[in-house]
Design a protein around this ligand. Structure first.
Ligand SMILES: [Zn+2]
Length: 202
């Protein structure tokens, strides 16, 4: 029998959370009520390049970017990522200060990691979960989760193109009262078109 190998705690944590997908490394963790908080460092190779002129910046300070990640053991997960900031000292560049690129972690300005979009689509489409349930799991608002779902679905449809309709022979069309859009400017109804090919084929 092989002997168990002792691994540094950081490797264990990074492996479980698969931080390699996010471009970060876990440095500390805490349980904050319902939420699990992970403090992370951004993995960088040298100073960041100015988005204005493309020249490497001079380190200034570190800021913290907070984003929700996919839940772990049923609890919302918040990442607090230390992000280096730089000064651009290039003459003629309009950019004075900029943060290191974190686009692998999350879209600019987003409050959730990129892989949250995948998580949300899987919960809504495959598990038939509600937006409210996915929002609760992530610890984010209904609107945030709905916005992510709409954006990710649009992207998916554009990527798939008309080929996504290959094999569709029977469709069902229905009108649904959509309670969440009960506003003055919206009538609150959506038209739902469903692929019934598999259902009709038994
Ligand atoms: Zn610059």
């Amino acid at each position: 029998m092989s002997q168990p190998t002792t691994l540094p705690a950081q490797i264990v944590a990074d492996t479980i959370i698969r931080t390699v997908e996010l471009g970060v490394r876990i440095v500390d963790a805490a349980v904050a009520g319902e939420i699990t908080v992970l403090w992370c460092e951004l993995l960088v190779e040298g100073p960041g390049r100015c988005p204005g002129c493309g020249i490497a910046g001079t380190y200034r300070d570190t800021s913290e970017r907070r984003v929700s990640d996919v839940p772990v053991v049923g609890h919302p997960l918040e990442l607090r990522v230390q992000v280096p900031r730089y000064e651009c000292r290039h003459d003629g560049c309009a950019r004075a200060i900029f943060a290191h690129d974190t686009s692998r972690l999350a879209r600019p300005g987003a409050s959730t990691t990129r892989r949250c979009a995948r998580f949300i689509l899987r919960r809504l489409m495959l598990d038939k979960s509600t937006v409210a349930a996915a929002a609760r799991e992530l610890g984010r608002s209904w609107d945030t989760v709905n916005d992510i779902a709409v954006a990710a679905t649009s992207e998916l449809l554009l990527t798939a193109g008309p080929a996504r309709l290959d094999g569709v022979e029977v469709i069902g069309v229905d009108e649904h009262k959509w309670a969440h859009v009960r506003t003055a400017e919206a009538d609150g109804f959506v038209t739902v078109i469903t692929d019934l090919t598999a259902v009709v084929a038994g």
